[in-house]
Write a protein that binds this ligand. Sequence first.
Ligand code: ATP
Ligand code: MG
Length: 589
Amino acid sequence: MQYWSKAYIPTLKESPAEAEIESHKLLLRAGLVRKIGGGLYAFLPLGKRVLDKVSQICREEMNAAGAIELLMPAVLPAEQWKAGPRWNAVREVMYSVSSAGADAKISEDPQYVLGPTHEEVITPLIGSEISSYRDLGKTFYQIQTKYRNEIRPRYGLMRAREFIMKDGYSFDESDEKAEETYHQMAAAYEKFFARCGLKFISVEADTGIMGGAFSHEFMVPAEVGDDDVVYCEESGYAANVEKASSGIVTDGLSVEAPEGEVVEFETPGATTINALAKEPYKVAAARQYKTLLYVGDDKLFAIVIRGCDDLQESKLGSLGYEFVRPATPDEIESVMGAKPGSLGVVNGTIKQRDRLDGVFADDAIRLIGNGVTGANKDGFHLKHVNVERDLDIDNFGDFRQVKPGEPCPKSGKPLKIARAIEVGHIFKLGTKFSESEFWGAKFHDSEKQTKPAVMGCYGIGVSRTIQAVIEQSRDKWGIVWPWSVSPYQVIITVLDPGMEDAAELAKKIGSAAESEGADVLVDDRDERPGVKFKDADLIGIPLRVTIGGRGLKEGIVEVKWRIEDDVRKVAIDQVVEVVTSSIRDKNSS
Ligand code: ATP
Ligand code: MG
């Protein structure tokens, strides 16, 4: 039993200016966290209790799924990362540490880095431990502090520079077994998020710099999320917009036949899709081919989409370049022969076609059939450009961003898009990490053949999950904690803490509640009732028992659920039974 007067729960009436979103305000107002620096937070005692509860639920579900807990250091030799497959991409978000003397600079070439995640550490670690297929079929996890130099830390624990993650890694002997493990982990994730009281969906996700075969994200729908989820209620299709595709281009779509010879026309000053859509040209955006130039690992490539579409940059990942960036106007002009605004990929019009590493086109341009594109001559465009006859395209693919209302690829019904918070992400990695020559995780199979282990990796943003719970579960009075993760389940509000009977009764109810497994906070502060009720609502404790002087004389106490308006008056000799049976109900549901 925790007495409030001896605890440290610094609630705030007003929300500090630093907080922009409700869950961040409540984290501060309820005294759960305090800011130490940009993206750096201290967990105050109440916040630490929630963190421990969420971590424990996570641990239980990981253990139940057969995963084994370990702990790796957070300070890591940079060497190990440099030898790995994604140093160049991942170093952008890594903090480095120097062990040298005072004159040592935080260098370009650090000695140590702070772990943003641990594939580069666990793969060689387990690689040196395992030798036979008999050692495989193992999943390891840790719950640990991670460090990422986020460009824009914001929203409190949502996007922090230092945060708590559960990261897990599986090692299997075959693809099939790795997939089984992946599905077991996905099931454990569903149980974990459900036990945290979250409403969430699992969606198909882009694999990004992790590469690997496939991946799912666990998303909590919320306006303040950083991700867009595309979904169909009819078919259950759900994917991150980075990965989502729609059914606008049907299989076997036949392209319109050419409608005449390609004709060049003058378009002085018209360098945008919009300008061409207006007088005097009046070419609808949906009839224009838009040509964009990118650089992938120092090689220029072109990508063609419809004028009415947006490129989904994450989909360029499928092209296999490690680094992709938009080309500069100079790079574009030297290869294409024109400035952006008059670009196109019509056969024979590109100044130095051999300097393009590839010309890729979005499937949806086949819906245009015959359209308009730049002539690679400033101030000129071409019309009657036929997709099949005239465009110099190496490969078609899915590169566009899905828009709401487009047909679901499975059911054909209109797709919806909603904002969401990513709280977990699982990947089937394959052998990307394990196959490394000097560094990987290899084993002998039953025929004594050496093979790389087939890996998966699994992350949960433990601290982000806490804030997602608050974002989803709150009202105008404060946090409404789900029973399972509430810092305390029961608050006993003693209105006249000086009265001996009241203190006695509080102790009796509190002990009984504790013996049922609830955590109990007794508000014994010398404060006005209004202050106590407001604080209890703000910190969001699910069950409140109020012991007042007058009620005590009449032989009653009040029992109230945080989520209900009704106050139940209960006879003193029944209150222990009412409280304990409520707790039993909650613990068994
Ligand atoms: P995001 O897309 O939000 O940047 P990510 O894809 O980089 O996240 P992962 O590498 O998959 O994240 O990490 C696993 C989990 O860790 C994420 O699902 C998320 O819940 C959490 N997480 C990642 N970055 C942060 C951060 N800066 N602050 C708090 N939690 C984070
Ligand atoms: Mg992710």
